[in-house]
Design a protein around this ligand. Structure first.
Ligand code: FES
Length: 159
């Protein structure tokens, strides 16, 4: 039995080239998304990929999420929570993007901190392990003084 699309002469599935053209991505990007489990396809008898039409919205979802800096693993987790054969809905996007907002805020705060630290390094170039907070950002022991603080702890108690 033919679907309404097929009755209208529109194929119900899309080739990889069709998806690439309509979604505005490269064929290799689609292969990559598929290898990462973000999208899936069926194979024809000639081993050609065929995608259901909902893949267009999935690809749009992936591209927008990537554009705001969401990692592919997080996108994959989000898509894994959605029905495999249905396109993400507006409600899905609203829910997931709200959850990513806090993560984006956190990363923006970290980047701002990093940028402010970079201000100290511009024009310096020392890359000193002692002075440069970008080179040695978590140097908590520096607050206790210069030198190998952990080794001196044993020596101090022996003194
Ligand atoms: S390069 Fe000198 S303080 Fe970072």
């Amino acid at each position: 039995m033919k679907t309404r699309l097929e009755q209208a002469g529109i194929p119900s599935t899309l080739s990889v080239g069709d998806v690439a053209r309509r979604a505005g991505v490269s064929v290799s990007a689609l292969h990559f998304y598929e290898a990462k489990g973000l999208i899936s396809s069926d194979r024809t008898e000639g081993n050609q990929r065929r995608y259901s039409r909902d893949v267009l919205r999935r690809v749009a979802f992936i591209r927008v999420a990537q554009r705001v800096g969401i990692a592919l693993t997080d996108i994959a987790s989000a898509l894994a929570g959605l029905p495999a054969t249905a396109a993400p809905t507006r409600a899905d996007w609203a829910r997931l993007s709200a959850a990513w907002r806090a993560d984006l805020d956190e990363r923006m705060a970290q980047l701002k901190k990093l940028r402010d630290t970079l201000d100290d390094c511009i024009g310096c170039g020392c890359l000193s392990i002692d002075r440069c907070r970008l080179r040695n950002p978590l140097d908590k022991l520096a607050e206790q003084g210069a030198g190998p603080q952990r080794l001196w702890v044993g020596r101090r108690s022996a003194d």
